[in-house]
Each structure stands twice: as C-alpha cells, then as structure tokens.
Ligand binder design. Structure first.
Ligand SMILES: NC(=O)c1ccc[n+]([C@@H]2O[C@H](COP(=O)([O-])OP(=O)(O)OC[C@H]3O[C@@H](n4cnc5c(N)ncnc54)[C@H](O)[C@@H]3O)[C@@H](O)[C@H]2O)c1
Length: 294
C-alpha cells in the first residue's frame, strides 16, 4: 500500500497559534504520518496557546486517527520580524507578552533547536506565517513601512528560515510554505503589500529550490491554498465574502478544509514527492484555473 510515512523524521512548523490555522492542520497531518513535530508560536500568542492546551480546549482538534492526542515535541517562541535579539526594539523588549520567551529571534530559534536536537536533526520545515499591518489598505495607499513589513514578515521570513535551517537538515529534506492566488492575480482588498509578499514567496520558492537544492539537496515547494477562516484571514475583513466567491467560481464548488491543504503538505514533505521542487501546488478546488464561471 502506498502511504505517506514520515516515521523517524522531525518537522518544525513555523506559525501555529491556535487550532484554526493551516499550521495546526499541517502539524496534525505530519503527526498522523508519524513525524515528530515541533512548532513555533508568535510570543504575543504563546500564553493563550499554552493555556488552551493545558485546559484541554484543543483536545478535540488534537485527536489523531489512532485516538491519541497530537503532542508537540517542543514549542518555541519566535517572532519572525527579528533576525537576532539585538534587532528587537526597546518597546518590544518591554512588552510583557515577550517575558520568559528567551531568544525569540530567528537566530535564537535555530541555535536553540540545534542545542535541543543537534546539527543533523531536521527533515521538514513548514512556513505558515503572514502579517501585514496595513492589510486593509489598498496598495495605492500602502506606506513604505507597511509594505516592507508585509514582505519582511510573510516572505523574507521564509528565506531567513531556509538560510538557517537548511544546513541542519538531513538528506531528503523538504520545505513547504503557504501562498495565495493573490500573488499572481488581483484579489481586490488583499492589500497592504500582501499580494506583493505572496508574489515574492512564490518566486523565492523557485530560487530557493535551485540554490538550496544544489547546496543541500533540499526541496522547496509552496501550496497555493484556497480561503479559510483563520485568525490571519479574518484580519482582511471580508474572508466570508471571499470564501463565497471562491465557492461560486471554482470547478469544485466546495468549501476548503484545512486538512485538505495539510495532507498535500505532508505529501510534499514525504519521499513520495522526491522529484518535486520549485513548484506552486494549488489546493483551491481549481479556483486558480478560472476566469469566468458564468
Ligand atoms: N486563511 C486563508 O484564507 C489563506 C489562504 C491562502 C494562504 N494562506 C496563508 O497561510 C499561512 C498561514 O495563515 P493562516 O491563514 O493559517 O492563519 P494563522 O493566523 O493561523 O497563521 C498565521 C500565523 O502567523 C503568526 N505570526 C504573525 N506575525 C508573526 C510574527 N511576527 N512572528 C511569528 N509568527 C507570526 C500568527 O501568530 C499565526 O500563528 C499564511 O502564509 C497565509 O497567508 C492563508
């Protein structure tokens, strides 16, 4: 039987703060496939996540096919805005939500991961982070700071993670991120530079696939997912209308579930996809193929 088998492999999923997002669903799919899964959580969301886990509020969502609860091998605090701790502004250092988070920079994460597991200990890197402070503003009104923040959080963070984690990855490693069709076609209202960030993420997928493929043998792919109600998507202010529009126009007129994206992520992370790299894989019920559905 052909199955996705990730037993003996370790994954890190960057950007898990609750059970609604793609990150959580991907962590679950990777766990179902037998991988050990670490996650990273944005410091402002970490206390709430830990509390929800300890109170059992995520138990239903964590339940795996064999009846056990998905457990995270380690939960790291990470703010992708910072390459190293010295870059963190005073206001953020004083923010109590960052208390007790240790070195929550990208370099700090990778250092801590290497201390915890060694230098040859990672197989799968998953990027599920997006953040744009001006996402509700049309591009025509987006400030330089808002635009650069969107690209820094949502695209450069993938480059920074691959730079730092690829040298720690075992042969056959894979990296996966999540993009959106707004990176290649106009989705009205997907603003603040987020469309530019997704275009960058997709282009970087190709370049990273080439560079990290040649240097480390790493595969790099991105999934262009359909719309889903998540915390990040809710910030757009019109996710429900977007979901309706996708359902109206897609060849398969169904509502997307996070698990449908997660199973493709697990496939891309697995040896079954060993010849796939540099690709954008659409998991959107075919919406991307349409111009007019009548
Ligand atoms: N939901 C959708 O409709 C949709 C569609 C296509 C693509 N995507 C993409 O999927 C990915 C995951 O988003 P999601 O929709 O599952 O929402 P989500 O809110 O679950 O995930 C976004 C994550 O980014 C984290 N984050 C924000 N700022 C951060 C920072 N500075 N440092 C570290 N983490 C930070 C948040 O805490 C959250 O965990 C994103 O790349 C998003 O653009 C979402």
């Amino acid at each position: 039987m052909l199955s996705i088998d990730l037993s003996g492999r370790r994954a890190i999923v960057v950007g898990v703060a609750d059970a609604s997002g793609f990150g959580f669903a991907i962590a679950k799919a990777l766990s179902e496939a037998g991988a050990s899964v670490c996650i990273t959580t944005w410091p402002p969301a970490l206390r709430v996540l830990n509390k929800q886990i300890s109170l059992g509020k995520l138990d239903a969502a964590r339940r795996l096919g064999d009846g056990s609860l998905m457990s995270f091998e380690k939960v790291y605090a990470l703010d992708v805005a910072y390459d190293q701790l010295e870059d963190v502004p005073e206001a953020v250092r004083q923010d109590r939500r960052y208390d007790d988070c240790g070195d929550f920079s990208l370099s700090g994460l990778v250092r801590q991961f290497a201390t915890d597991f060694g230098h040859n200990a990672l197989d799968v890197l998953v990027h599920c982070v997006a953040n744009a402070p001006e996402v509700k503003k049309p591009l025509l009104e987006t400030s330089r700071g808002g635009y650069l923040s969107a690209v820094g959080h949502s695209s450069y963070s993938m480059v920074a993670l691959v730079q730092r984690f690829a040298p720690l990855m075992r042969p056959g490693g894979a990296a996966v991120s999540i993009t959106y069709v707004a990176g290649e076609r106009v989705i009205a209202g997907y603003g603040g530079g987020m469309s530019s960030a997704k275009a960058a993420l997709e282009n970087d997928t190709r370049v990273l696939a080439f560079e990290a493929g040649r240097r480390y043998g790493l595969r790099v792919n991105t999934i262009s997912a359909g719309p889903l109600v998540t915390r990040a998507a809710t910030a757009l202010g019109f996710i429900d209308r977007l979901i309706e529009a996708h359902e109206h126009s897609s060849p398969l007129r169904e509502r997307l579930e996070a698990a449908q994206v997660a199973s493709v992520a697990a496939f891309l992370a697995s040896p079954l996809a060993s010849a796939m790299t540099g690709t954008t894989v659409y998991v959107d019920h075919g919406f991307h193929a349409m111009a007019w559905a009548g």
